[in-house]
Ligand binder design. Structure first.
Ligand code: SAM
Length: 465
């Protein structure tokens, strides 16, 4: 049977999509190749959020055409995911050695299309059509193959986005928001737990919108107030109802989710942290800017005050909560004063970490055509200044763990040094310690002895054996 190599660019949702495609292919008898040069099929799962990510995938494909495919002329090359969706057949027109372009609603068709290409029944396949119910097709998991059990798994709860932030390409690459049903998601989580998974991260572009447009495709007539379709029960949003349902699963130890949106971050979700012990003390809440003027231009739908209010409530509910964010610097029209407000917000919130992005013009997005685009030099300079502030705060936060005892869930050997094990605190910090394979999947108390750059080190001497 053929072998496949999948390379993933971008976010956790892309990682999850790649895993589902790999699992689908393994079920059909494909093996997973260790390198692209050894594979019969190479798939690049692409990201379009920034131009850099697109260029990386395009250069990678050009490189494959000139190397791996030269040695294996029958090798099948494919693009899938966000860039495949937004560029479609243009990708094959530019690089005729590409055989497959698979859109974001078509991952479940990967095996069928590859079979046709490998059998020579079709020469090229481009499929970027919308497909009803495709949100429920990202469900197969690999769980690291046979002997070793994955401790942590990602579960896709919805696809698409209706927020239309002016900088963002996602609504155009992932389509409109569609949510899977609660029973369907719970069944997948139960299955994972029965296979040894202890921690589940619920994934969606904006999880706080989960279920708000009903399940499946939005059917209400245009112009009807979105709030009318919210199936809220006892003041709890559909997302909080989903958290409660997943929380019931016996054997599941921890629940995480990403990414919520400050606009839909209501008190029921803050209260869920206080009520549901498996919901760990960790929140990734993208703020994007500290300036109200820029937030408005971005069409984010909240103010700086509203964001700070949510953080305050979260810390009141869970004082030790780890808080991370996404920030864009150099959005069109961002002045030095706007940027200073972002710096001051970062200092005020004291994020544990922040992912900082230099604004990147994306085609078809409103911000790409806005006046006062910020020159690259200024975007780079702001990126650098904000990074310094974020790193300084992060270092203090990580240093504060030294000497403390904390619970970790052991995930497996450290990627950098496989002789050591890594685990994760409830507040989402990586802890490296001198453990052994038998610790995998265990909840352990460790004493933190040292803090490195966004990594903690635990003392093996007091690991509970
Ligand atoms: N759905 C999440 C939200 O809107 O809060 C974020 C998803 S996006 C894949 C991850 C991050 O990429 C965003 O939070 C944003 O900071 C960044 N991003 C999106 N579009 C961008 C652009 N045009 N330029 C730079 N960064 C961008």
């Amino acid at each position: 049977m053929p072998s496949v190599f999948i390379k993933t660019y971008g976010c956790q949702m892309n990682e999850r999509d790649s895993e589902a495609v790999a699992a689908q292919l393994v079920t059909k008898g494909y093996s997973l190749a260790k390198s692209e040069s050894a594979a019969d099929v190479v798939l690049l799962n692409t990201c379009s959020v920034r131009d850099l990510a697109e260029q990386k995938a395009i250069n990678k494909m050009k490189n494959l055409v000139g190397t791996a495919k030269k040695d294996r002329p029958n090798q099948i090359l494919g693009y899938m995911g966000c860039m495949a969706q937004s560029r479609g057949k243009e990708l094959i027109e530019k690089l005729p050695d590409v055989d497959l372009v698979l859109g974001t609603q078509k991952f479940h068709r990967a095996a069928e299309y590859l079979d046709e290409l490998l059998a020579g029944k079709r020469e090229k396949i481009v499929d970027v059509e919308a497909e009803a119910k495709s949100e429920a097709t990202i469900r197969e998991h690999l769980l690291n193959g046979s002997a070793k059990t994955s401790v942590s798994a990602f579960v896709s709860i919805m696809q698409g986005c209706n927020q239309y932030c002016t900088f963002c390409i996602v609504p155009y690459t992932r389509g409109e928001e569609r949510s899977r049903s609660i029973p369907d998601i719970v069944a997948e989580c139960r299955q994972l737990v029965s296979q040894g998974v202890k921690e589940i991260t619920l994934l969606g572009q904006i999880v706080t919108s989960y279920g708000k447009r009903g399940f499946g495709r939005a059917e209400l007539p245009l112009g009807q107030d979105a709030q009318q379709r919210v199936p809220t029960t006892d003041g709890k949003s559909p997302f909080v109802q989903l958290l409660e349902a997943v929380h019931e699963i016996r054997g599941l130890e921890r629940i995480r989710f990403t990414a919520p949106h400050p606009k839909g971050y209501d008190d029921d979700l803050v209260e869920a942290y206080a009520r549901l012990p498996k919901l760990v003390e960790s929140a990734h809440l993208p703020v994007q800017s500290g300036s109200d003027r820029v937030l408005k231009l971005m069409h984010r739908g909240y103010t700086r005050d509203r964001f700070l209010g949510i953080i305050k409530k979260l810390r009141r509910a869970k004082p030790d909560i780890g808080i991370t964010t996404d920030i864009i610097v150099g959005f069109p029209g961002e002045t030095e004063d706007d940027f200073e407000q972002t710096l001051s917000l970062a200092r005020e919130v004291q994020f544990d970490n922040a992912y900082i992005f230099k604004y990147s013009q994306r085609r078809d997005t409103p911000a790409a055509g806005m006046p006062d685009q910020v020159p690259l030099k200024i975007r780079e300079e702001r990126n650098h200044r904000l990074l310094e502030t974020v790193n300084e705060i992060g270092k203090r936060k990580y240093d504060a763990f030294v000497g403390r005892r904390t619970q970790i869930l052991v995930e497996g050997p450290s990627k950098k040094n496989p002789a050591r094990m890594t685990g994760r605190t409830r507040c989402n910090k990586i802890v490296v310690f001198e453990g052994a394979e038998r610790h995998r999947g265990q909840l352990l108390d460790v004493k933190i002895t040292r803090a490195g750059s966004f990594t903690l080190y635990g003392d093996p001497a007091i690991v509970n054996l």
